[in-house]
Design a protein around this ligand. Structure first.
Ligand code: HEM
Length: 177
């Protein structure tokens, strides 16, 4: 909601899509899978602000990943936030909110695995589909009924306390449509 308040043009496009697909009806599963723009927005938000900013792994035995050879008992850090903000992977506009980069997921970055807010391994998040569905459902219902913008008191200061979150809260002004 913060990002869509900062980018009202995308808020409007997302609302148009929701109204086109669901009208004023409560969105159902069928409708939610047709929300392409909302899905692109969620991907771009998860790229810029992944709730989990790093993943940690430990090799319990000698391991090979591609052409990297790792001995046993090595701690590995996968710096998700850095990878999501790497201009070599995403281009010079990496810090900008540019939803259109996800128009074709394979074209969004140089490496298809560069976006991994839910992890990428046999231990990938089991709640992934549920979380995306829930986010789409909530956002769609909010967009059907409300327009929102940022309060002048909002300060953009994401920081990590277990997960990435707005340090001073998310003061949003909501207007019923
Ligand atoms: C936006 C929401 C969420 C994000 C960004 C997220 C992210 C992640 C990440 C990064 C991992 C670690 C994956 C790895 O080690 O490779 C993980 C694991 C996990 N997540 Fe989520 N998650 C979310 C929502 C949920 C929800 C809603 C549930 C449950 C309903 C859930 C359940 C789990 C579980 C059980 C694991 C451990 C899987 C395992 O180690 O086998 N997550 N999640």
């Amino acid at each position: 909601m913060i990002v869509l308040a900062l980018h009202p043009e995308w808020q409007e496009m997302a609302r148009e899509e929701v109204l086109q697909v669901c009208g004023q009806k409560e969105p159902n599963f069928e409708a939610l899978i047709h929300l392409k723009i909302v899905n692109m927005i969620l991907n771009e938000v998860l790229r810029l602000y992944p709730p989990v900013i790093s993943l940690y792994q430990h090799t319990y035995k000698e391991t090979r990943i591609g052409n990297i050879h790792l001995p046993a008992r090595v701690d590995l850090t996968l710096p998700m936030l850095l990878i999501h903000h790497d201009p070599e992977l995403w281009g010079d506009d990496v810090e900008e909110f540019r939803t259109e980069r996800f128009l074709g997921v394979s074209r969004a970055s140089k490496d298809q695995l560069a976006l991994f807010p839910f992890g990428w391994s046999p231990r990938t998040c089991i709640g992934r589909n549920f979380a995306m569905l829930e986010a789409k459902m909530a956002l769609a219902m909010i967009l059907q009924n409300f327009e929102f913008n940022l309060s002048p008191s909002y300060i953009h200061a994401p920081r990590t306390v277990m997960i990435l979150q707005p340090q001073h809260g998310a003061q949003i002004i909501i207007h019923q449509l």
